[in-house]
Write a protein that binds this ligand. Structure first.
Ligand code: SF4
Length: 125
């Protein structure tokens, strides 16, 4: 293992779960206020047309199918690891009513092997 001068999240998760925990990027089907007209329509200058989620599976919005797809894509790289963080990556993943968010987060948490969530979001001015 590489010597680091800090205790990384990767190392913490590996110790806690006994194996590498793989981050699975998904597009949960949200948009963001800088694209849908609430604040602006053209998006941030550094953001791609995919909401900075260019490597998420193309089954936009379908959480379980996206996680399945990401697992099969990454299993060649990570081999036997079976623990995951569901990474809500594209656009702003808190930009919906709480019931919608809850359903999507719970679907991800019920996927076999998912031990946590990472949620990309933006604050609305
Ligand atoms: S998804 Fe995020 S980075 Fe992209 S345009 Fe919206 S607020 Fe900006």
């Amino acid at each position: 293992m590489q010597t680091q001068r800090f205790y990384s999240l990767n190392n913490f998760m590996r110790q806690r779960h006994g194996e590498k925990v793989i981050k699975l990027s998904i597009d949960a089907g949200f948009t963001c206020p800088n694209r849908d007209g609430r604040v602006a329509t053209k998006g941030c200058i550094f953001c791609s047309s995919q909401g900075s989620g260019d490597f998420t599976p193309k089954t936009k919005g379908d959480i379980t199918r996206q996680l399945e797809s990401a697992v099969s894509l990454l299993s060649a790289k990570w081999g036997d690891s079976k623990k995951y963080i569901a990474y809500f990556q594209s656009y702003s993943n808190t930009y919906a009513p709480v019931e919608v968010l809850k359903a999507k987060y719970e679907e991800a948490l019920s996927f076999p092997g998912v031990v946590g969530l990472a949620i990309a979001t933006r604050q609305i001015a």
